[in-house]
Design a protein around this ligand. Structure first.
Ligand code: FBP
Ligand code: AFP
Length: 319
């Protein structure tokens, strides 16, 4: 069976990018081990501070952020990092070639209930001869050279694209390696499941209200088939389900806080997931445009997200 290093070795991925990916995924194994200790290591609960977006940080958000930051800053190929848990971008090595944006622990509300969480990452190639600035980091998602996530579930899995399809690897703890378990993943064309936080229904636009209402009516409604609903409260879990068995995920714009274009972060969540979905034959849009075409204007920018099977995303956008 092939493992991650075999797959990278047989690809055209540049050596420096291979190193960045290896450092990232090795650190995710360390995060996975920390998560397994849970209460035993006294690492659950709140850290007692807020991140730049006003969200309370859990101890494990901070621990996993520090682990990734330390490992990537020590990697000569890394020029700068940006993290959901850092106020500003952090310049690393001026000679480095890669920018890495990450959400160190997506789905933090799941930590204390021992449910699915994950690390999401997005990598860009960008050189320069001065320390990197935030402006250097504001690159469209279509320029990503790699994107992926590590899912900490019943098993630890890595889902990765370097622009040539999507591969899934399962971590083998006996031999300390990610083993290729699903190659060239494709999103199922037919959609049976949708994922949306229904408690926000009253805040949605009329169009999203109509679309979801038609899904919920099932066989008795205009869609003439029954849909099931799933919500993991961690985008990484919902996207993983869609890659494994199809469906559509929505975190649409709503009028709960009209100053925000959406809840999810473009650089840490929407862009890497959009690249994975497109590489697997799916689609990822806001209400108005392809996510990968968005020109970011700030590192912590938020966007609306509708992603999943291509036909279903089109159907939703047609409302
Ligand atoms: P399985 O063990 O067959 O997966 O069933 C699980 C379950 O019975 C409950 O644990 C869960 O609450 C329910 O199914 C979910 O079913 P659904 O969301 O499809 O109505
Ligand atoms: P955190 O990593 O801050 O917990 O955010 C996770 C997330 O942004 C995304 O992964 C989920 O889809 C979404 O929040 C769930 O939010 P709600 O269930 O509270 O709407």
């Amino acid at each position: 069976m092939q493992n991650l290093s075999d797959v990278l070795a047989s690809s055209t991925t540049p050596d420096a990018l291979k190193t960045v990916l290896t450092v990232t995924t090795d650190t995710c194994v360390d995060i996975s081990n920390a998560l397994k200790q849970g209460s035993l290591a006294g690492i659950l609960g709140m850290a007692g501070n807020e991140n730049v977006q006003g969200e309370e940080q859990k101890k494990l958000d901070v621990i996993s952020n520090d682990m990734l930051k330390e490992a990537l800053m020590a990697c000569p190929a890394v020029r700068a990092i940006a993290s959901e848990e850092e106020d500003y971008i952090v310049p690393a090595n001026t000679d480095g070639e890669y920018f890495i944006a990450f959400d160190p622990l997506d789905g933090s509300s799941n930590i204390d209930i021992n449910a699915m969480v994950g690390t999401i990452f997005s990598i860009y190639h960008n050189t320069g001869d001065a320390p990197a600035t935030e402006a250097d980091f504001l690159i469209q998602g279509k320029e990503q050279v790699a994107a992926g996530y590590v899912l900490y579930g019943p098993s630890t899995m890595l889902v990765l694209t370097t622009g040539n399809g999507v591969n899934m690897f399962t971590y083998d703890p006996i031999n300390s390696r990610f083993v290729l378990t699903h190659d060239n993943v494709q999103v199922a064309k037919e959609t049976q499941e949708f994922a949306i936080n229904m408690s926000n229904q009253r805040f949605w636009s009329n169009k999203i209200q109509s679309y979801v209402s038609d899904l919920v009516q099932g066989k008795e409604g205009p869609r003439d088939k029954n849909f099931n609903m799933r919500w993991v409260a961690a985008m990484v879990g919902d996207v993983h389900r869609i890659l494994c068995r199809g469906g559509v995920f929505l975190y649409p714009w709503d009028n709960k806080d009209p100053s925000k274009a959406g809840k999810l972060r473009l650089m840490y969540e929407a862009n890497p997931m959009a690249m994975l979905l497109e590489q697997a034959g799916g689609k990822a849009h806001t209400h108005t445009q392809r996510i990968l075409d968005i020109q970011p204007d700030a590192i912590h920018q938020r966007v609306a997200v509708i992603l999943g099977a291509a036909n279903e995303v089109d159907k939703c956008l047609s409302y």
